[in-house]
Write a new protein. Structure first.
Length: 209
């Protein structure tokens, strides 16, 4: 899908949102009930919100990544702020984080070699280790993480995360994109000591139910 088609797909989703809002206006009593249900403003549905929250430039880069990996054997998924936004969470999107296994990290690097700014290599910090690399595509930072392991409370390392165990698929602007489930993301943030992020996701999941 080229950029004009991507723009058209985004416009179509936004037009659908406007049509939905107009339909709600024609049924004001029920619309007001839905709008303030449970004390939470529900003006945008999860799917509607994504086409406004995710920057267009990020969608263009995501399109390039999906096209590059289409048909490959790489098991991958979007994580971090973009993964949340693609699932409807109202967060600010900065970069694009790709999670995969060890082989996938080096294969993604090979597929997008012209954009590499930091080659993939094994990297370890106090709480996390992985095969880590960075790209820059059309001004957007992209981080590759393969075979992520988080340190356990006893000081040992967990087994490398299997992306396919926590992956789900979302559709946006004509693309089918793999993301890590929000339930898994909340657990991962908690293990990394990022309790604020974990609590934000848990609260959002609770409201959605």
């Amino acid at each position: 899908m080229n950029s004009p088609r991507l723009q058209a797909a985004i416009i179509e989703e936004r037009v659908s949102w406007i049509r939905e809002m107009l339909a709600r206006l024609r049924a004001l009593p029920q619309w007001w009930t839905d709008l303030f249900k449970g004390g939470q403003v529900l003006l945008l549905t999860d799917v509607d919100r994504r086409v406004w929250v995710v920057p267009y430039q990020h969608l263009k880069v995501l399109q390039r990544i999906c096209t590059c990996l289409e048909g490959s054997l790489v098991e991958w998924a979007i994580t971090g702020s973009l993964g949340m936004a693609l699932q409807g969470v109202p967060v600010e999107v900065h970069d694009i984080d790709l999670q995969t296994d060890r082989r996938g990290a080096y294969e993604i690097e090979r597929c997008l070699a012209e954009f590499v700014v930091q080659p993939v290599r094994f990297s370890e910090s106090e709480r996390i280790r992985s095969h880590l690399g960075r790209l820059e595509i059309d001004g957007v930072q992209v981080e590759i993480m393969g075979d992520i392991q988080k340190r356990l409370e006893n000081g040992s390392w967990e087994e490398p995360v299997r992306v396919t165990d926590h992956r789900r698929w979302v559709e946006i602007a004509g693309m089918r994109v793999p993301v890590l489930s929000l339930e898994y993301e909340a657990q991962a943030y908690l293990r990394l000591g990022r309790c604020d992020k974990a609590e934000m996701l848990r609260a959002w999941l609770s409201r959605r139910q």
